[in-house]
Design a protein around this ligand. Sequence first.
Ligand code: IMO
Ligand code: MG
Length: 425
Amino acid sequence: MNIAIVGAQWGDEGKGKIIDILSKDSDFIVRYQGGNNAGHTVVVGGKRYIFHLIPSAILRSNKTCVIGNGVVVDPKALLEEIEVVRKQRIKVDKTNLKISLNSHIVFPYHRVLDKLREEKGTNKIGTTGRGIGPCYSDKVSRNGIRFADLLNPAVFRLKLKDNLKEKNEIFNKVYHFKTFSFQDIYKEYSGYARQLKEFACDTALLLNKAAKNGKSILFEGAQGTFLDLDFGTYPYVTSSNSISGGLCVGTGVSPDKIDKVIGVVKAYTTRVGEGPFPTEFTSGLMDKIRQKGMEYGATTGRPRRCGWFDAVMVRYAITINGISELAVMKLDVLDNLKTIKICTAYKFKGKVCKDFPLDYEVMQKATPIYEEHPGWQEPIAKVATYRLLPLNARKYIERLEKISGANIRYVSIGSKREDTLLRTK
Ligand code: IMO
Ligand code: MG
């Protein structure tokens, strides 16, 4: 069975945890887009691991983790991550990590440009500052440098020279910033090439062969539907296609090989970075939920913005991704609330809209229409099965299921692997 796991909100839904659980029964675990802007947290044996580029299943033995062609790879960040994992006495070598020769490489000028645009541009996105946007821009402009190019000294030399010629002009004249030295980057990146060479692979062939031989593949989405370049709250999005459709482009595996798409949502909503957020808390609830849910970015440490569950968004995400099952995460964070709200539609200029608006002004100014549900007001972290949850907690989940339109199969009530309730009908 080949399964895709995608975020159905603005990222940080808890994808890492569901991937960790489902990877037990998968042979290949594949990242298909994004880069080290992602932060996937997995808690195993009391230890907390945060993965940015390496698929979260690296902790399991006998699994092949794949970084697909759709990913942008910062070699420095990747090598640091490999080091951290190896320090935990976990093996990372060519037998369990494969990197697509077609993946694009993040360079220091991408990271600097990302930050300069945020500081000096007029349209602050609140990026993670990891150079993701500029690297994808180069890919689309056809002057990007791929992993295969990095491994070929003659090609790498030529492409880097070409890039620096144009980019140094921009850094100098537009941003009044220092220029980059060809020699320094060439030397640094040739070193990374030597260290990463063993992982190089035509991952599209590898995965297709695996699928043909009946192996199971788990596709690990990063970010979330509303950070998707095409379907998110543009321009406040990331620069890749995080929806399930992105996995075909980002891996070379065709749509007919995907058996199921699982969407991950929080029992409420969070967003980090700029951009519209209709159900954002305006009251003291912001601090309360942020504290209880430890809502600080896993990559940048920034405080996340928090708000009520938005069924308008999740319904749209279910449609766009083809989600048939949902995992609802962090239900325990709502334990103490007397009343819990769900946004069922938006109101703009007297009109009610039930569908996710594509007009930026509507998204920015719409007022959410809420329905209210009584809270359960007791701790649920120790509950062993779904049926043992307080009645109001079950009612809340059942309402989310009905209003979203996809089966809720997993309910998470804590950060550990074990704190995940399986819901069978
Ligand atoms: P995971 O995989 C939450 C957000 C940034 C910013 C926007 C663009 O952990 O869910 P970028 O650096 O990608 O150009 O920033 O996207 N963002 C995320 N927010 N979770 C993530 O990943 C994110 N990756 C990027 O905060 O608003
Ligand atoms: Mg995250």
